[in-house]
Write a protein that binds this ligand. Structure first.
Ligand SMILES: [Zn+2]
Ligand SMILES: [Zn+2]
Length: 365
């Protein structure tokens, strides 16, 4: 089959920025050394563009996991232009296709089924998706936002201002124009491009799948470290409506911390979290499935216990809901609320005990 036409603009942008960063920065350091100002400028712009993609393009706009104040949306829209990953509208449209058709060889725009290179960058180098390039039917909700419409309309000017104008201003302030263009411009752009692209490539190949094996997405702490928390991609693909990707307190997810802090200051609202019993259920189902594959005869003996555990989990969930409903319902008297709370707490304790025993049996034999 004939391959689609090459996209020379994209090829030039990726290769020129890469070559300038790879050759220019070591040469610059050899000739002028490296100042603190340039390091700070590199990280400041890297963090701004990175969080605009994760907190803005991804979790706010593609998945609508929370609402953000207009000031924050403008900061994200500018940071998105800085990251040079197309307009919010375009990015979110591709990303929603990715979730809807994940791993499908044609319909997933960056399908890992076509290999690492394709998912990482190859999908942007040819006209693979020309047929839906101007089709924004899956992001109509976003078209209502004037900030998104403004960014889409003026994308080219904004991206030039952010990627050349802003480093120039920083360069004049630092008295190191070439240094700022290299570090805050080229090097920052290349590093931020490829770390983001790792989510489409590496995060679908390398890591664990604790929540689901129905798609290729993986949880990977190292990738999370490089991408402001986006590396918990297995969790994200099953619970994409959650504003968090790393749900445990020790999981590195600065985007989640940013959103939670903004909520605290009144700049973000309606933060959506997955019901924790659904998360628990997915984990237990995966643990059970994997054990069944590895040691079928052994798990057969624990079949009944697994069933009981799932019954307890459902019971726990419904009791928690009853308690929460009662609390919300002003007509309920306090005594009943307390009673339901006590019932829930005691069920929770016994469920934990039951789960510990079950896991111990599965994992230690
Ligand atoms: Zn993905
Ligand atoms: Zn996503």
């Amino acid at each position: 089959m004939k391959k689609p036409a090459l996209l020379w603009l994209n090829i030039s942008v990726f290769s020129v920025t890469f070559l300038v960063a790879a050759i220019g920065t070591p040469l610059y350091i050899a000739m002028h050394g490296l100042s603190t100002g340039l390091v700070v400028a590199f990280f400041a712009l890297f963090i701004w563009s990175g969080l605009s993609i994760t907190g803005g393009y991804h979790r706010l706009w593609s998945h609508r996991t929370y609402d953000a104040h207009p000031i924050i949306r403008v900061i994200y829209a500018l940071g998105g232009a800085l990251s040079l990953q197309n307009s919010v509208l375009h990015w979110a449209s591709d990303h929603r296709e990715h979730h809807k058709h994940v791993d499908h060889i044609d319909h997933d725009p960056y399908s890992i089924t076509r290999g690492f290179w394709f998912a990482h960058i190859g999908w942007m180098l040819r006209e693979y998706h020309a047929h839906r390039y101007n089709d924004y039917s899956n992001v109509r909700d976003l078209q209502q936002d004037p900030i998104i419409a403004w960014q889409h309309k003026h994308y080219l000017v904004l991206t030039l201002l952010m990627n050349i104008g802003l480093p120039l201003v920083i360069g004049v302030m630092l008295g190191q124009i070439w240094g700022a263009l290299l570090f805050a411009g080229f090097l920052r752009l290349v590093v931020s491009h490829h770390t983001t692209f790792f989510i489409n490539s590496l995060a679908h190949i390398w890591g664990k799948r604790p929540y689901t094996e129905r798609n290729s997405a993986r949880d990977n702490g190292l990738l999370a470290f490089l991408t402001f928390g986006e590396g918990y991609h297995n969790f994200h693909h099953i619970f994409a409506g959650d504003y968090r990707n790393g749900i445990r307190w020790y999981q590195f997810d600065p985007t989640k911390w940013l959103i939670a802090s903004m909520a605290w200051f009144g700049l973000a609202r309606n933060l959506k979290r997955t019901n924790k019993y659904q998360v628990e259920k997915a984990r237990l189902e995966m643990l059970w499935l994997k054990s069944q594959e590895k040691r079928p005869s052994f798990t057969e003996r624990l079949e009944q216990e697994y069933e009981n555990l799932m019954v307890s989990l459902r019971e726990l969930n419904s009791r928690r809901r009853a308690w929460a409903n009662a609390k919300r319902d002003a007509l309920q008297d306090m005594a009943q609320v307390k009673e339901l709370k006590a019932q829930y707490k005691s069920l929770k304790r016994s469920f934990r005990e039951q789960k510990r025993n079950f896991r111990r049996q599965l994992l230690t034999t």
